[in-house]
Structure formats: structure tokens, C-alpha cells
Design a protein. Structure first.
Length: 315
């Protein structure tokens, strides 16, 4: 029923907006929405902080997946068993046993490409070192000291959700949680907090921090774009996770390519310096200009390929 006196509305009816002539319904503000989200995130992090394990998201050319990573003293960990993986690797097998020609032809294209890229990277790296007159004696000593510290077992080292030398990557949080709860064998199960994680973890908990999201699929393309397009954050984070994966998956070739004194380590140090201010940042940017974009992209192409070859994708 139309109101008889619009100038004097009844007390129970909503007042009209003077500018639009429409009523303004009372809408409850979602005051608790943001606190609820924050509380959920805090609860998620409390689980990971307590158990000292973290969810990680890794993007590779073949896709993006979730996995888990932890850091523990080397003396407390049993490294992943790579015997089965290496036996199945045609590149390694070809150096150990003469296989049939047909077997070589089945996967020969991939293997030859990997060998050619690795060799080209090594040759380009040697040329750069000769041109710059680098002296790696001191760097080699530092690297030996680091290895000795690792062997002493005091330094914390990375361990991922791996099994028999392969990195387990899951397309969805649900599939990762189902695996954790399943009791299936994996290298993280040796941790004292693994049993509790398998009882408590939920799909909503698989929410990696920004610092634990790595885009290895973008690295090579970014490097190919030239010095002016290089993304320091992308490349620095890629180096960090590649070193962790190479250690945990026992990939000595990748560790060598990222070791102290290598051209990719020089790239990493220059990138870290370039993001700083003042004279340090200026010098870092100057160092970047001297690093060969082709050598860097070839090296990272090999690294991403070797890591990808170890992945066991799980839906």
C-alpha cells in the first residue's frame, strides 16, 4: 500500500535517501570476515611452525604442484635412495652399461639434448672465466669448508616429500593430504613430527607462504629476455629452491652448476647486490651487465630439465 504522507513517514518504515529517493536497507557489515581469514591463516601456520614442515608450491614447464619441505641436521636424516632412479636414467645407464641401440633411440632425443646443452653451458662458462681471468682457488677452499661442515652433520639441510630419488608433486591440496594420510612410503616419514602431521593436516592447511612459491617455469624465458628484463626476485628464489632440490634429490651436476665460483653463482650474487641501494646496488647492476645472458639461460635450461626429470606427478 502506498504511504499517504511521504513527508511524514511512519517510524517503522525506512527513511528515503534525499538524493536518490530510494530506501537504504540495513546491511550488516562483514566485520568478522577479515578476522576469520586471518585467524584461519594463523591456525594454518601454527601447525607448520609446530611440526617444522612447510608446504611448497613449485611451477615447472610440465605444470604446477604442491609438495612439502623441512630442514633438519644432516646427521638426523637418511638421504633418499637414488639407485632405482639412476638405473632408469638413460643418460647414466649409457655411461655404465652398453644398452641396445633400440633402447637408445627411444629416449635418445631427450638425452642428446641434455648432453649438448650441458656441454655448451660448460664451454661458455670456461670461455667467460678465461676472459675475466677468474681465480677460483679461494672459492674452492670455501666450498670445501662448506662440504666439511655438512659432513659434520651440524648444519641443517633440506629434505622434501621424495621417494626413491623422485620428487612427489601433487596437482591439488586434496591429493597431497590424501597421500600424507595414506601411510605410503616417503623420505619425510623419518621425521619425528610426520605421524602427527598425518593425523592433523587438512586440505585448507596447504597454503604456502609467498616465499615458498617458486616459478621455475619462468626462469629460462626471463633470462632470454636480456639484462634489462631480468627479475631479481624470480631468479634468486629459483636459485634457492634449485639448490635445496639438488641436495635433497642428490643431483651433483646441478649442485656443481650452482656451486661457489660458478657463473650461475656469480649471477645470483650480482642479483642480490643489485636489489640493494647505494653503491652496493650500483656495483651489482654493473656486474650483471658482464654476465652472459646466453650462458645463464643455457645453464638454467639444464637445471630445470634435470629437476623436471626427477618429478613424480600425482593427481
Amino acid at each position: 500500500m502506498a504511504r499517504q504522507s511521504p513527508q511524514r513517514p511512519d517510524a517503522d518504515e525506512p527513511e528515503l535517501d534525499d538524493t536518490t529517493g530510494t530506501s537504504e536497507p540495513d546491511v550488516a557489515e562483514p566485520a568478522d570476515a577479515e578476522p576469520d581469514v586471518a585467524a584461519a591463516q594463523t591456525a594454518n601456520r601454527a601447525l607448520w611452525d609446530e611440526l617444522r614442515i612447510d608446504p611448497v608450491e613449485i611451477a615447472l614447464p610440465a605444470g604446477t604442484g604442491f609438495t612439502l619441505r623441512a630442514y633438519r641436521p644432516a646427521s638426523e636424516l637418511t638421504p633418499t635412495d637414488v639407485a632405482e632412479r639412476d638405473a632408469d636414467d638413460p643418460f647414466l645407464a649409457r655411461r655404465q652399461v652398453d644398452t641396445a641401440a633400440d633402447d637408445d633411440e627411444e629416449e635418445g632425443d631427450v638425452v642428446i639434448l641434455d648432453e649438448d646443452v650441458a656441454r655448451e653451458f660448460a664451454e661458455s662458462e670456461d670461455e667467460e672465466k678465461r676472459a675475466q681471468g677468474d681465480d677460483d682457488a679461494e672459492d674452492g677452499k670455501d666450498e670445501a669448508d662448506e662440504v666439511a661442515a655438512d659432513e659434520a652433520g651440524d648444519e641443517e639441510v633440506p629434505i622434501f616429500l621424495t621417494h626413491r630419488g623422485r620428487l612427489l608433486l601433487f596437482k591439488t591440496p586434496e591429493s597431497l593430504v590424501n597421500f600424507v594420510r595414506s601411510g605410503a612410503p616417503n623420505d619425510l616419514s623419518q621425521l619425528d613430527s610426520w605421524a602427527e602431521l598425518s593425523e592433523r593436516v587438512e586440505p585448507a592447511d596447504i597454503a604456502p607462504l609467498d616465499d615458498d612459491v617458486y616459478e621455475l617455469d619462468l626462469v629460462v624465458e626471463n633470462l632470454r629476455g636480456g639484462h634489462d628484463t631480468w627479475d631479481p626476485t624470480l631468479l634468486i628464489e629459483a636459485g634457492e629452491v634449485a639448490r635445496d632440490l639438488a641436495y635433497a634429490l642428490r643431483l651433483p651436476a646441478v649442485l656443481d652448476m650452482l656451486s661457489t665460483g660458478s657463473s650461475l653463482d656469480d649471477l645470483d650474487e650480482a642479483l642480490r647486490a643489485s636489489v640493494g641501494g647505494g653503491i652496493g646496488g650500483f656495483m651489482g647492476r654493473r656486474r650483471l651487465k658482464k654476465i652472459g645472458a646466453q650462458t645463464a639461460s643455457l645453464g638454467w635450461r639444464t637445471i630445470v630439465g634435470k629437476i623436471s626429470a626427477t618429478v613424480d606427478w600425482r593427481d
